[in-house]
Design a protein around this ligand. Structure first.
Ligand code: MIC
Ligand code: SF4
Length: 652
């Protein structure tokens, strides 16, 4: 039987299991990436595992999320990351050099290879034919030590693109359209493979915008076939020799096919405050806009910013609106500068930022209270911008720039009609700088150039907490939460909190504070307890702190209607039992109830038991399901992955 692209790459990297959807497989990892919010834990865990050298073909450490080094803690973290990269053999990309997904795409991403990254948007280079997956930091540490990565074999879904994008509709609208149709849980347990004549017409930056946003669908990954466009793009990065031809077989079998006719698409937005809250721009026309930001790992490439620059040529940003451009990489900044576009945008009134994640997680450029912000990002979860009552719309650079010009939400097609001389900008490369893409790599330090000797830890860098067995019998339902609780709710990533990312004792004080600011204290006083949630618990980031901090506070189990993939793996990794409940049970449980697990959990986890009986206040009972592979059960039984790996070393 013919194979999909995903199956071909997985087959070549398979070390355990079979490619049957739903079965756990182990795959070999060629490349890993990590960044500054998740990276300190990655290296602390690498150290705790007594590993001494990176074993993958390539590992890269980026400093991109918190590049404004507000106090010594961030700077110390960056110094620690540089020292860890140097000590263990990873590339180090300096703060300000750009967002991991963008910089990795430019410098290292290669078709046919596997990439594992401690960031949920790691699938971005799927647009270049790389099979890239996001995971928790501990999984990255283990993969860097040469261990396989284990994941449930996803269903492979074919997204068949027909036609061609009409003027003013963009790749962002393709992704938003899918989000509107499938929702933020529509891709769980799936890999999306983009095929068809419409896919062939898209440029590499357009493809990577789509694969980046696959994460918002909950997908394990997203990928495109390779072609002349992939080859040309690699050649512009001086890496043509890394090109590999990758196509699905003609008789490849997909679990499902979704048809999208690009001709039918129009400019869309995701309205506040969920990426799947999608509607045509025209529905919001006339809404006042105080802030516009173009950038992020979704739309921060040179080709993403160029349309904004062209639209702003000889025009101005409206007086009541602030427009910020934050390129995704220094390469993008450099090209825009060399071609004169930066000056052009500055003259129009744009505030130019360094290449960073920053505003995307509420670090800098926090919107004014009670105001609307239009952003080309991928997430608009409530409060993520740094202010609780935010109103963030997600859109393409074209829609964002149209709003900057008028000061209100406007369909760019209407704006073009009104102005008469505004043309759809298109994505073609500029000419002044020639075909190259900026070859200066002075911001990446290779392992051979390492400048540190040993790990350099500042006073804010603590130890990794360890648990060494499983001790679960239930407890008080300390918090009952709704559907779609994000990792931003569990551990927010704003500047005042993020600076404690390397100090779990301190960071855990902020656990779930956005849902209930007494939570951490109550959990500590209760000396253990459980959490209750609706569907899709833990969606969003790969942040393992969202499991590590609850573990530190004594949380033993989470009862939820369903879990997001990366977060569920993180719960196993830190010895918290993820138990699934049905909607009726969810409705009946109240916060404060005493949930006693009647069965012997450690014994049940070890013996493969799938259903556990839970008594509520000694008054009524329900059944909760543990859906875990044998390996995940062993990890739980050991009290978490760190202890499990250590035990394996001692036993073996
Ligand atoms: C995000 O977009 O939420 C982040 C910050 O990039 C996270 C990583 C993190 O938690 O540090 C992600 O997407 O994984
Ligand atoms: Fe950075 Fe935002 Fe992308 Fe996360 S989603 S990697 S915070 S730009």
């Amino acid at each position: 039987m013919g194979q999909t692209i995903t199956e071909k790459i997985l087959d070549e990297h398979l070390v355990e299991g079979e490619l049957t959807p739903g079965e756990e497989i182990g795959i070999e990892i060629d490349q890993v990436l990590t960044q500054d919010t998740t990276g300190t834990m990655v290296w602390l865990q690498f150290e705790a595992l007594d590993l001494d050298e990176v074993q993958t073909e390539l590992a890269a450490q980026y400093c991109d999320h918190q590049t404004y080094q507000f106090d010594f803690k961030n700077t110390d973290d960056h110094r620690f990351l540089r020292s860890a990269a140097g000590t263990y053999g990873a590339y180090f990309s300096r703060p300000g050099n750009g967002i991991c997904h963008q910089v990795h795409k430019e410098n290292f991403a290669a078709p046919g290879k596997t990439l594992l990254g401690s960031d949920s948007h790691t699938p971005t280079p799927g647009g270049l034919g790389q099979l890239a997956i996001g995971a928790g930091g501990l999984d990255i540490a283990v993969a860097m030590g040469g261990g396989p990565y284990y994941v449930e074999m996803p269903e492979v879904v074919n997204v068949h693109l027909e036609g061609e994008l009409p003027e003013w509709a963009t790749a962002k609208d393709v992704a938003l359209h899918l989000l509107g149709e499938l929702t933020v849980k529509g891709g769980v347990g799936k890999i999306f493979e983009y095929t068809g004549p419409g896919a062939e017409k898209l440029t590499i930056p357009e493809r990577t915008t789509i694969t980046n946003l696959g994460t918002e669908l909950g997908a394990t990954s997203s990928i495109f076939a390779t072609d002349e466009k992939t080859k040309d793009w690699l050649a512009r990065q001086d890496r043509e020799e890394e090109y590999v031809d990758l196509q699905p077989d003609d008789d490849a079998e997909y679990a499902e096919t979704i048809e999208v006719d690009l001709n039918e698409l129009e400019p869309l937005v995701a309205a506040p405050s969920m990426p799947d809250n999608v509607a045509p721009v025209s529905e919001f026309e006339g809404t006042d806009v105080e802030q516009v930001i173009v950038g992020s790992c979704t739309n921060g490439a040179y080709e993403d910013i160029l349309p904004s620059a062209k639209m702003l040529e000889d025009r101005e940003v409206a007086r009541q609106t602030e427009m910020i451009v934050a390129p995704g990489s220094k390469q993008a900044s450099e090209m825009l500068a060399r071609e004169g576009w930066t000056a052009e945008m500055m003259a129009a009134g744009v505030n130019f930022s360094e290449a960073t994640c920053g505003a995307c997680i509420g670090i800098g450029h926090v919107p004014a209270s009670d105001s609307v912000s239009l952003r080309t990002f991928n997430r608009n979860f409530e409060g993520r911008s740094g202010i609780e009552d935010d109103s963030v719309f997600l859109c393409s650079p074209e829609v964002a720039t149209a709003a900057a010009i008028t000061g209100e939400i406007v369909d760019p097609r209407d704006l073009a009609d009104d102005l008469g001389d505004l043309e759809a900008p298109g994505l073609e490369m500029g000419t002044k700088y020639g075909p190259g893409m900026g070859e200066d790599d002075s911001d990446i330090i290779s392992p051979d150039e390492a400048i540190d000797d040993g790990l350099v830890k500042g006073p804010n860098i603590g130890d990794v907490p360890l648990k060494d067995d499983i001790d679960v019998d239930g407890g008080e339902a300390l918090l009952k939460m709704e559907d779609n609780i994000t990792t931003d709710h569990i551990i927010p990533a704003t500047a005042d909190i993020l600076k404690f990312r390397s100090n779990i004792e301190k960071l855990s004080e902020f656990t779930l504070s956005r849902v209930d600011d007494t939570f951490a204290e109550r959990a500590l006083n209760a000396d253990g307890g459980v959490l209750v949630a609706g569907e899709n618990y833990g969606q969003g980031s790969s942040r393992e702190h969202a499991a590590l901090c609850p573990m530190y506070l004594g949380i033993e189990a989470v009862f939820a209607q369903s879990f997001a993939r990366i977060h569920k793996a993180n719960l196993f990794n830190f010895g918290i039992v993820p138990l699934a409940i049905d909607a009726e049970t969810y409705e009946k449980i109240d916060q404060g109830d005493d949930l006693e697990i009647v069965d012997d959990v450690p014994a049940g986890v070890r013996s493969g038991q799938e259903e556990f009986t839970v008594s509520v206040n000694g008054e009524w009972e329900f059944t909760a399901d543990l859906d875990a592979s044998e390996r995940e059960r062993d990890i739980l039984a050991a009290g978490g992955k760190l202890s499990w790996v250590k035990q394996q070393h001692t036993d073996g």
